[in-house]
Design a protein around this ligand. Sequence first.
Ligand code: GLN
Length: 491
Amino acid sequence: MLNNLTITEAHKKLKSKEISCVELVQSCLDQIDKVDGDINAVVYKNGEKALEEAAKIDAAGKFDHPLTGIPYLAKDVYCEKGIPTTACSNMLRGEKDGKTYMPPYDSTTTKRLKAVGAISIGKTNTDEFTMGASTETSCYGVTKNPHDTSRVAGGSSGGSAAAVAADECIFAIGTDTGGSIRHPAGFCGCYGMRVTYGRTSRYGVMSMASSLDTIGPLCKSVEDTAIVLNTIAGKDPFDATTSDKSVPDYTAALKGDVKGLKIGLPKEYFIEGLDSEVEKRIREAAQVFEDMGAEIVDISLPHTKYAVATYYVLCPCEVSSNMARYDGIRFGNSVKKSESLVDYYENVRSEGFGDEVKRRIMIGTYALSAGYYDAYYRKSQKVRTLVKKDFSDAFEKVDLIISPTTPTPAFKVGGHADDLVAMYLEDVFLVSQVLAGIPAMSVPTYSSPRPSSPRRTSGEATSELPIGLQIMGPQFGEEKILNAAHAFCSK
Ligand code: GLN
């Protein structure tokens, strides 16, 4: 079994020629065949091409970069040339007319991964156009949590998180607009990093809300997260919102020393409705940091309670604009019979989009319309500034902030079906960082005794559901977060 290796482990074995790249890729493809019928994390398998690529890499025999020959899965919103990309929406799936969207170009992230020899083995499930927190709104059906298949994997990058947790790949990439990497990472027990807005390029990744969207990895260890970030982060001439700031060596940041670090515990994240086991684990985590020499400081982020409402105005506003391009003319779904152009648009969009996407288009259009713009959109922008200020004030006093990733462990499939507000509240600990544009990471916690390896694999019987610890840092504070996560996870 090679598919359960981390990037670091697999790289060592490839380099010493203990294993071949073809064997490694094959082992992930076999695992997909074996377990994905139950989990439904993978919506497209790129088997043949991946094996061809692997054979070429084996023949070249050079494994200088830690990602050379490493198989990964990409969320179904990353454009990869010639590989069907559908955002898990009937709008692009082309099931009826057979015209599934095939991107003519690569996203910057997949291009950078390809350039160092990482191998794309397929596409993972997501909520439709990444709107959701359970991967239940996908046109391919729900992704199940590998730890308990009666539960969701979280979302919207639920496919990527579940695939990593079930060892269907060595690592995966996802997107985090309002928590979509951290939420499923928390539910599935893997490592999920949301970077500072602008740290990674959004080019070639289908947009949801452009001022909030970020690109990031889901991995089996902190070290692996650093390796992927080293490769994908940095300025991109195709995305004007990427930062000029040079990319540090994230691997070198993993010193594991947190002595003297000040870590904030925000009182607003310990609220009614917080699961008692979740609270216990986060307080234990704080103790672990304290035992390692960090100082735990009680802090307040006073505007936290407005974050969900603010996000659910701003996000739909941007969604309503981004979804306008799906008009059935340039790409995507098309319908045969229509009386007029307007009628055609209506038919294409009514048929192609699911309920959640339609709901956000309507909320966003309403909030942006004359007469309501000031009351909703402008006001939300003002609150966004206040939320951002909460963090800049807090980071004057502390180096990092910790909290639970989610208020509860993974919920049952269909558990929020009749309660939209409950679904939106899944993001309660995840959207403030998004509004502020700061980085944050979810890492798994364990009830003691901790397993010898911090990873969970599909083969491991788990009597408990994963619980995520969220570590937040100031803008471009990824190194600090990774170092603290590394220290915590090696403990
Ligand atoms: N749950 C959030 C939402 O539905 C997360 C979306 C995301 O990060 N893509 O908006």
